[in-house]
Ligand binder design. Structure first.
Ligand SMILES: NC(=O)c1ccc[n+]([C@@H]2O[C@H](COP(=O)([O-])OP(=O)(O)OC[C@H]3O[C@@H](n4cnc5c(N)ncnc54)[C@H](O)[C@@H]3O)[C@@H](O)[C@H]2O)c1
Length: 285
């Protein structure tokens, strides 16, 4: 039997709410590759979700932490270091939430209090985790930190709302801290820009089903699943990617490099064939 890719490595996984969560799949895969884990989520999510089941499967400890609270992050990292017996090797930041998306408040009439919460939960939490880990010198040399992002950081996708801005900030934090961590600690920091994936957070996006379908038709390799994402994250936590840092890595079946695909255009054409839309037909030629 081959040795696990993460044998002997220890890491913290944020954001496993239920078995649909991308973080859930990453935890399963990292465990299967030999990693020792601490799982964390906000106290509310721990009550509503099923993280304790995941902890049982993976033999992990669970520590509650609201990622917007500095004292929670400090407690999480300090307690994790006690559990691991010192520094650890990797972190997965898999956290996203927009009150504007949840309340269906459109971008053009945003509520700024909500928008600040979106940034705080979905992006500044990453800075908070990195800053605290830096202060505690918690991550080993050649360790790896990954946060999950989406192509809406670079391109406008209808309905993604202020989460697009939050993802742009998240990716920028990965670069800014990536420089400091690389220079001072030999630790790498990257974001993985994942295909739309059916999860609790994903399904909250307006028009999500159509987005998944469109993305599937546009991507030459099809959408990447949560399990595919877990495979990719494991390579980034492993020693096989030691010199990859400060990157936003698209993990999307090729979507981000496409303009129009045969599958998408034939579906688009069908919508005109099926209805009496002569006006619209003439518009596109
Ligand atoms: N699902 C998709 O289509 C998709 C695509 C690209 C990127 N992503 C990103 O993947 C990540 C994980 O999302 P997911 O799709 O697995 O959905 P999910 O709902 O399973 O995970 C989101 C997690 O964020 C946690 N969270 C929210 N507020 C928090 C807080 N204050 N403190 C700590 N944790 C908090 C939730 O409890 C939940 O576990 C997010 O960053 C999301 O933006 C998702």
């Amino acid at each position: 039997m081959r040795e696990g890719l993460l044998k002997g490595k220890k890491g913290i996984i944020f954001g496993a709410l239920n078995e649909m969560s991308i973080a859930w799949q990453v935890a399963l895969r990292a465990h299967a590759e030999g990693a020792e884990l601490v799982l964390t989520n906000s106290p509310v999510a721990m009550r509503l979700g099923t993280i304790n089941e995941l902890a049982k499967i993976t033999g992990s400890k669970v520590i509650a932490a609201d990622a917007t609270k500095m004292e929670d992050i400090e407690n999480l990292l300090t307690e994790s270091m006690k559990i691991f017996g010192g520094k650890f090797d990797f972190i997965l930041h898999s956290i996203g939430m927009s009150p504007n998306v949840r309340k269906d408040i459109p971008y053009e009439s945003t509520n700024y209090e909500n928008m600040l919460k979106t940034f705080d939960i979905s992006a500044l939490s990453f800075h908070r985790v990195l800053q605290t880990a830096y202060k505690l010198d918690a991550i080993k040399e050649w360790g790896s930190v990954v946060a999950l992002s989406y192509v809406a950081a670079q391109r406008t996708l209808s309905g993604y709302n202020d989460m697009g801005d939050a993802k742009a900030l998240l990716e920028s934090i990965a670069r800014s801290f990536g420089y400091i961590y690389g220079r001072e600690r030999k630790v790498r920091i990257n974001t993985v820009s994942q295909s739309p994936t059916v999860t609790t957070a994903g399904s909250g996006i307006h028009g999500f089903d159509s987005l998944v379908d469109f993305s599937e038709r546009m991507s030459p390799l099809g959408n990447a699943t949560a399990a595919d994402c877990a495979d990719y994250c494991v390579t980034l936590f492993s020693d096989l990617t030691k010199k990859v840092t400060m990157q936003n890595l698209f993990h999307d079946g090729g979507f981000s490099s496409m303009g129009m695909s045969l599958k998408a255009i034939s579906q688009y054409q069908k919508s005109f064939d099926e209805c009496d839309c002569d006006e619209k037909k003439s518009d596109i030629y």
